[in-house]
Write a protein that binds this ligand. Sequence first.
Ligand code: 57M
Length: 359
Amino acid sequence: MLYHLLYPLHAYFGGFNVFRYITFRSIGATLTAFLLTLFLGAWFIRSLQRLQIGQVVRADGPKSHLSKGGIPTMGGLLILFAVIFSTLLWVDLTSRLIWLLMGVTVWFGMIGTYDDYRKIKKQNSKGLSARGKIILQISGALVAGIILASFSDFDSHLSFPFMKDFRPDLGWGYIVFAVLVVVGSSNAVNLTDGLDGLAAGPTVVTSSVYLLFSYLAGHVVLSSYLQIPFVQGAGELAVFCGALVGSSLGFLWFNAYPAQVFMGDVGSLSLGAALGMVAIIIKQEILLAIVGGIFVMEALSVILQVGFFKVSGGKRIFLMAPFHHHFEKKGWEEPKVVVRFWIISIVLGLTALATLKLR
Ligand code: 57M
């Protein structure tokens, strides 16, 4: 909005020229989202408490989690509000990529809201059925993939980090791939969100890396110099990623151990889908497996645990899946697990940045 209101005034006051720059607007969106979540956080948590929107904790989890029952959840509503508000305030509203990305984010947020609501209403941790949830997720991702494929400059080639020349063309299969990335990313963040700050931390890292990659992908000269795919209009996604960084940081202020609020499925599903959709739009899909390696590890640990459990007649690979519970069972205190996962996430983020020069 500010871009449309203030940039035209640069003819009268040169200072408004700054609203043309994506870097300035991305920083603006980051700070706006951060301040919104930071200053609204305490009030929002009190509102959740007043509405008795408290976490229902499963009995079969780590014993240390039983004391977490009743902690306000659905904090993801505040994250989503801060992301959408800040993006609308700072982005170029004529960007169709932004509207597509926000549509996916809100759709997955609605799925999570319904899931959280069901859990609280029924006072159990079941919520929406796994089948119902996956059908709604795939439907939303499929519609987004088809819309993206309908754009004239749609590119169905896959990009691989470190390999600038290897770009296989998936054709229409790219839509199926896009669905897998968005739905997979959404559920991976959802599974990761099982300890205080464990999902928000890597989200800050991943969103920061994609903020930079979005800016570079949308820059004709820099994308060519760095030999990454140029995507017309991708630069505006840096504003959205800035809002993701700011809102996740602000939320982390309250979600850090001991958490005063959980993000709920409304937060984890929407954040994961948003990151997956950004990766697809800017043609940095495989990179997500690197920078979002914590999310990948957590999802893989569940797949391996459940798979091995079935084929081995009840044996486990990990003491408990997802991976973070394994370390809790080994006696690591929750904050130690979380900070160590953050450290890994930061190292993975730096590795992802290194792929820009290693081509
Ligand atoms: C998403 N949700 C947390 C909170 C958060 C197939 C199986 C692996 C599924 C998986 C599962 O149920 N995943 C659901 C994880 C839950 O967090 C809520 O959910 C939202 C995110 N979706 O925002 O609202 C609990 O996590 C804890 N938490 C925190 N701090 C936070 O900031 O402490 C969350 C956020 C909260 C709170 O205790 O209640 C969750 O864990 O359910 N199931 C599991 O992850 C279970 N693992 C399991 O069953 N493993 C089995 C097999 C099936 C793989 C095994 O290893 O043999 C574990 N989770 C729980 N209990 N709660 C263990 C059992």
